[in-house]
Every structure is written in C-alpha cells, then in structure tokens.
Design a protein around this ligand. Sequence first.
Ligand code: ATP
Length: 156
Amino acid sequence: MVREISAGGLVIRRSDSEWMLAVIEPQREHGAGTKTILALPKGIVDAGEAPEQTALREVQEETGLLATPITKLSDIKYVYVRSWGDKERVFKIVSFYLLHYESGEIGQIVPEMKIEVKQALWIPLKEAARKLSYRGEKDMVRRAQEYLQSHPEVQA
Ligand code: ATP
C-alpha cells in the first residue's frame, strides 16, 4: 500500500478565561458532500524535513499563525482511497504537536492556500473534541487537554 507521512499542529492560545484551538475548514473535493468538515492543520513531511518543522510550516501556511513547540502529542493512522488517479489505497501516519501561539492573525493566508483551506478559526479547546470531524483528531484534543492539566506551568 502507498504510504503518506504528515505532521500537524494543535495551536493553543489563552483567551480571557479559556484555551482556544486553531482549526481549519478544508475545501471539499468536488462532490464530496455538504457536511462541514473541521480539522487540524497538517501536511506532508518534505524530504529532509523534521516532522516538528513540518507542523510549524503547515500551521503557518494553513492558518497564518506563527507558533512554537510545547510537546509532541501522538501519531494517528488511517487508510483512505485516493479520489484521483488510479484510486489507490493510502496508509497514512500523521504526527501531531502541541504548539503555543506566538503571532499572526488567523486566516491571513496566501491566496494559493485558499484552494486547500476554506477558512481558519479559533474555537474553545473544550469544544474541540466534539467539533472536529475525525476520531483521531478528537483524541489529540483530549491528549492536549490532559497535557495542559498536568503541566500548569504552560502559560498564556
Ligand atoms: P495533507 O493534509 O497531509 O497534505 P491531504 O489533504 O492530501 O493531506 P487528508 O487530509 O489525509 O489528505 O485527506 C485524505 C482523505 O482522508 C480525505 O478523504 C479525508 O476525508 C480523509 N481524512 C483526513 N483526515 C482523516 C482522519 N484523521 N481520519 C480519517 N480520515 C481522514
């Protein structure tokens, strides 16, 4: 089976009283249905690139935010069928990192990225496990929440 290795980020930011998480609404492929998808920013790890670097780069490209690493959370794995070409089955591994917001305005992305990202938005971290579309990404949110609970030194 074809393999893809990606990396992505959970960018968190403290608003007045709660943690917020940066998420994206990916552009749907033509005919892929009408349900709104909410997902984490991520992308393919380039040759020679460290996955953590990929996560920071993809976060910047897809959300417009600059962030710094806090910790690696975990990997998720899934299989999907390519909608293009010879419709190959792909085994995919995505490494996710917990990242701290540094700067930037969410959604300020270059026009070329708008082909991939319909919008980027902050949502409360405590609603994210419910609102994200994919099970593996919901799990990542729970891990992020556990990490923050056991590491109160992570500050706004
Ligand atoms: P990347 O963001 O890594 O560059 P991509 O946008 O080409 O990759 P995916 O986001 O992996 O590809 O989407 C490919 C297919 O997998 C889509 O049909 C999507 O709905 C599905 N998919 C995406 N994320 C997950 C997930 N966490 N769990 C299960 N299926 C997923």
